[in-house]
Structures are given as structure tokens and as C-alpha cells.
Write a protein that binds this ligand. Sequence first.
Ligand code: ZN
Length: 117
Amino acid sequence: MANSKQIEELKEILIERKETITKNIQGSRDSIDSLKESECKDEYDYAEVSSDSFKEGIIANQQIKELNEIEDALKRIEKGTYGICEMCDESIAIGRLRAKPFAKFCTPCREIYEVEQ
Ligand SMILES: [Zn+2]
């Protein structure tokens, strides 16, 4: 079980990560917008531009997903339920929280969850 000092450390990591992602999302939105605004001179350019914005779109989606998970984790810290597995109510190992601070499930439950997905 993570103690309050460890939770405090993880909270800082989560907040930092949240800020980085927020900036990244903002940055990629800006570059997608500027791509849309820029005129395409020929078909080759157009293909380049659309595949880039497609990739950026995927990255942005993944980051939005992670951002939601981080916000969830921060809410759980507030409620005092952070570090407890949502499936089995057991504490999540501190090593796992350090590797993935927004983890919702303990390692065995995560494996079950992944198989079910
Ligand atoms: Zn569990």
C-alpha cells in the first residue's frame, strides 16, 4: 500500500505529466490547424500533409485518453481511493504505481482486463 508521502510524490508526477500532455495536445492542434490552412501545391504535398495530420490525430487521441486517466487518478487521490484496485479492492503495488501512476488495477486484474478487451 502506498503511504501518504509516496502518494504525494505520485501526485506530483501525475500533475507534471498532465501539464506536458495538455501542452502537447495544444501544440498538435495548432500544427494540424496550420496544416489545414496551408495551401497544398501538388498531390504529393497533399498526401504528406494528410498522413501527418492523420498520425497527429492518433497521437492526440492517445494523449487525450491518457489525460482522462490522469484526471481520474487525481480524483481518486482526493477521494482517498488512490492505489486501490478497482476490480478486487486490493492495494496496487507501489512499484506498479511508480511505473504507471494512473493505474486503476493491480497487476493480476490488469492481466484479466487485457484478456477481456
Ligand atoms: Zn485487483
